[in-house]
Design a protein around this ligand. Structure first.
Ligand code: FAD
Ligand code: FES
Length: 509
């Protein structure tokens, strides 16, 4: 047997399988030649696609079929089974599709379909002449890609204060920081993609002013860029520690690739690290640095890590999980000064550390919006189409506060998937569409081998119910407010998490 075929599982789908073996909603992973293929029987047809999500290769065979789409169990990307298109981030690239033949109640998979090219470029009515995107992160990148995917053919410029092309920010506190993946996995796309798609990337060029009346954005150099539609996607910046000694070179925050690389450099010559803040980022950094064999102490004022977002039981679990991996917590305590390498604590004592990483929250970057007199409310206020108070100016990602139809509140979140999907929705609306942003918020976090998925939005709750057992890493927590499920957090209950997402999509406040 050829080497590749040895790894293949399931039936040879080119030989055909009885229709009766595949009930509606059923999935079957098999192979055709050297390719693994997922056969799906949706309500309106039978489809054969690649079983590997194009985000991080999540197993689509374990995902959820909804209409003629399949959702990935890991981070909830959604693919159209008819075309393979990644219709919802975090996946961007399509999955492969195969032809199906049905004869006498037997389904056989035939040849792989040619990957469809982008939609034809058109100059349709209402299409802008010039689109400018301010921000080369999750939302900015996803918007640029979606504009071109939808055939937008006119000028497209993406400004980024960052020196790097858009990259996978969540990886900066996970595998890349831990040293378990190579750098090649970090950029979202290579330079070639931007060239081929005629996306003008201006790296290291911050916008310093926005003039919505003249429809111009001003660069540091004084250059004024005209636009017809503009997306503001400037993200957030880490809150800095202001105690004495916090300005030393071994004290870091983590937002950009450059930040991450300087932490990695610091870690290479360090024996002990102090992480200040028991937030998602702080604790992911703690896990990654343990992966690099550093001794890690976490200092935070909280009673339990992440209790405010995940509740007390999950908080206790996360603490134990990190302690089992050797992290030492100093909770209900604060760093009050950094005397050289010594981190001095409010409750007395100090910890000597060669490396300090501060993860005490972020603030949305609102300067441009504020100076342009856009409507603000703890973020840039947008309507359901993600348009700000200035016509033609859209906002997406960490800066945007949008009317969430599910909670009935105006919310702003700091989630990768939300930022990308908002960028995608804003792109469609900049092209003259009128697609409301109605996605249920989703985020994930990863600590060692434990992924935590969170769907919905619960700033407060009356009750948390727990299915399964948190300590056994097999659980689903429902955060309920006024009798309705506002959010769900889960560990290794991916299908239930997807089902909860679908249920929340149908529930509007
Ligand atoms: C280390 C880390 C790990 C994370 N892990 C997760 C995770 O596991 N799951 C999850 O859901 N979320 C995670 N997040 C949060 C997620 O990355 C953010 O919610 C997301 O990146 C927000 O996207 P954005 O486009 O709004 O902003 P960003 O991705 O921050 O992009 C903003 C861009 O704007 C640029 N910019 C800013 N000001 C200007 C200006 N004036 N002119 C031009 N450009 C400008 C910046 O340089 C940057 O390129 C993580 C964040 C960090 C920092
Ligand atoms: S692996 Fe599929 S969404 Fe991340």
């Amino acid at each position: 047997m050829p080497k590749d075929e040895a790894k293949l599982t399931g039936p040879d789908l080119s030989q055909g399988v009885p229709l009766a073996d595949l009930p509606v909603g059923g999935k079957l992973v098999g192979h055709v030649g050297k390719d693994e293929v997922l056969l799906v029987r949706a309500e309106d047809g039978i489809f054969a696609v690649s079983p590997h999500c194009t985000h991080y290769h999540g197993p689509l065979g374990e995902g959820l079929v909804v209409g003629s789409t399949v959702r990935c169990p890991w981070h909830h990307a959604c693919f159209d089974l008819r075309t393979g298109e990644a219709v919802e981030a975090p996946a961007i690239d399509p999955i492969a599709c195969w032809e199906i033949e049905q004869r006498d109640d037997v389904i056989a998979v035939r040849g792989k379909r040619k990957r469809p090219g982008p939609r034809p470029r058109t100059n349709g009515a209402g299409r802008p002449e010039r689109v400018a995107i301010v921000g080369g992160g999750a939302a900015g990148f996803a918007a640029a890609e979606m504009l071109r995917r939808n055939g937008y053919q006119n000028a497209l410029v993406m400004l980024s204060a960052d020196e790097s092309l858009p990259y996978d920010r969540p990886n900066l506190s996970k595998d890349y920081l831990a040293g378990t993946i190579p750098f090649e996995y970090v950029p979202l796309k290579t330079e070639r993609f931007y060239k081929e798609n005629d996306i003008e990337t201006r790296l290291g060029q911050a916008a310093v002013e926005l003039d919505p009346t003249a429809r111009q954005v001003v660069l540091e150099s004084g250059e004024r860029l005209p636009y017809d539609r503009l997306l503001l996607a400037t993200g957030a910046e880490p809150v800095r520690l202001t105690v004495p000694g916090a300005d030393q070179p071994h004290v870091h925050t983590l937002r950009s690739l450059a930040d991450c690389q300087s932490i990695i450099q610091g870690a290479e010559s360090s024996r002990r690290a102090v992480v200040i803040g028991a937030s998602f980022i702080g604790l992911e950094v703690a896990a990654a640095l343990r992966g690099r064999k550093l001794e890690v102490h976490v200092v935070a004022p909280d009673k339990r890590p992440m209790e405010r977002i995940l509740g007390p039981d999950m908080g206790d679990f996360i603490r134990t999980l990190h302690e089992v991996h050797g992290v030492v917590f100093h909770l209900e305590d604060k760093a009050i000064a950094l005397d050289g390498k010594a981190v001095r604590l409010e409750q007395g004592g100090s910890i000597e550390a060669d490396l300090v990483v501060v993860g005490i929250g972020v603030r949305p970057r609102l300067g441009l919006a504020e100076n342009a007199a856009l409507k603000l409310d703890r973020g840039v206020v947008v309507n359901q189409y993600l348009e700000t108070s200035a016509p033609g100016v859209y906002a997406a990602g960490d800066i945007a506060r949008w009317p969430d139809p599910h909670s009935g509140q105006s919310i702003r979140v700091e989630h990768w998937v939300v930022a990308e999907r908002q960028g995608q929705t804003a792109a469609l609306n900049m092209l003259g569409g009128s697609k409301p942003f109605e996605d249920v918020p989703f985020f994930w976090s990863q600590h060692y081998d434990v992924p935590i998925n969170y769907v919905g939005h619960a700033e407060a709750w009356d009750e948390i119910t727990i299915d399964g057992d948190i300590a056994s890493k097999d659980c689903l927590l429902r955060f309920k407010r006024n009798g309705r499920v506002a959010a769900v957090a889960s560990i290794f209950r991916d299908l239930e998490s997807l089902k909860a997402e679908v249920a929340m999509e149908h529930a509007k406040a």
